[in-house]
Design a protein around this ligand. Structure first.
Ligand SMILES: Cc1ncc(COP(=O)(O)OP(=O)(O)O)c(N)n1
Ligand code: 3NM
Ligand code: MG
Length: 222
C-alpha cells in the first residue's frame, strides 16, 4: 500500500443511515463516532426529501470541519458541492467517476464501489479514484442484497497503490481479519450506529484500537 493520499487517514469510516441515524439523532450520533476516532464520514440517506438532505448535509459538513475529518456524500456530487463536502462515494450505477471529477475538481475525494472485482478496481484506480471499496464481507442488515466479497481481494487491491476500504456487516468483533487482510478503512453503518446510542463513542473507539494494533500506518494521536 502506498501512503494514503489527500487527507485520507486509515481507520473507521462512519456511514450514516436514515433509519439508524434519523434527523433528530444524526448530529449527536456522528459527533460520538468522531470523538471515538472516526477518520472519514459519509452521508448516506436513501429516504429523505431533497430539502432534508440539504439541511442534514450542511449540519454534518460543519460538524466534520470542526473535527478536521472529511465528509463524503453518497451518490450526489451536486449536494457535495452545495455543502462544501470533501467529496463523494459512487457506486457502479451512479454517475461516472470522470463526470464527478470534472464537477468536483482534483482535490475532491472520490471513492468507488468495486464489489469483489479487481477489474473494476483497476479501472477505478486508472481513472483517479481516491479509494477502492470492496464488500460486502459479512451479512448486512443495511444492504442485505449487496454482492458478497472475500478478504483476499483486499490484499490483491493493495498492489494498486490506492487506499482500500472494506464494507458490509462489519462489527468490532469481526473487523480484525479485514484490517489484517489489507483494509485501510472500515466502512460501518449498523456495527457503529445500531444498538444503544450511548455506546457509539465506545464502539468507534474499539475500531480505532483495532487499527492501532493491526494497521501499520494508524496513529491514535493524529
Ligand atoms: C464506502 C462505501 N462502499 C460502498 C458503498 C456502496 O455504494 P453503492 O454501490 O453505490 O450503493 P449505495 O450505497 O448507493 O446503496 C458505499 N456507499 N460506501
Ligand atoms: C451501503 C453498503 N454497500 C455495501 C456493498 O457491499 O457495496 S454493504 C453496505 C451496507 C453497509 O452497512 P452495514 O455496516 O450496516 O452492513
Ligand atoms: Mg450509490
Amino acid at each position: 500500500m502506498g501512503a494514503l493520499r489527500k487527507p485520507l487517514r486509515p481507520g473507521l469510516y462512519a456511514i450514516t443511515d436514515n433509519r439508524l441515524t434519523p434527523p433528530e439523532t444524526l448530529i449527536p450520533a456522528v459527533e460520538a463516532a468522531l470523538r471515538g476516532g472516526a477518520r472519514l464520514v459519509q452521508y448516506r440517506d436513501k429516504g429523505s426529501s431533497a430539502a432534508e438532505r440539504l439541511s442534514q448535509a450542511q449540519d454534518l459538513s460543519s460538524l466534520c470541519q470542526s473535527f478536521a475529518v472529511p465528509l463524503l456524500i453518497n451518490d450526489d456530487p451536486e449536494l457535495a458541492i452545495r455543502v462544501g463536502a470533501a467529496g463523494v462515494h459512487l457506486g457502479q450505477n451512479d454517475c461516472a467517476l470522470s463526470d464527478a471529477r470534472r464537477r468536483l475538481g482534483d482535490e475532491a475525494i472520490i471513492g468507488i464501489t468495486c464489489h469483489h472485482s479487481m477489474e473494476l478496481a483497476r479501472s477505478a484506480a486508472v481513472n483517479g479514484a481516491d479509494y477502492l471499496a470492496f464488500g460486502r464481507f459479512y451479512h448486512s442488515d443495511t444492504k442485505p442484497g449487496a454482492p458478497p466479497a472475500s478478504p483476499e481481494v483486499l490484499g490483491e487491491a493493495r498492489t494498486l497503490g490506492v487506499p482500500v476500504t472494506a464494507i458490509g456487516g462489519i462489527t468490532r468483533t469481526n473487523a480484525e481479519p479485514l484490517i489484517r487482510a489489507g483494509a485501510d478503512l472500515l466502512a460501518v453503518v449498523g456495527g457503529l450506529f445500531g444498538g444503544q446510542p450511548d455506546d457509539i463513542e465506545a464502539r468507534a473507539l474499539a475500531f480505532s484500537q483495532l487499527f492501532a494494533r493491526h494497521h501499520p500506518l494508524f496513529s491514535l494521536s493524529e
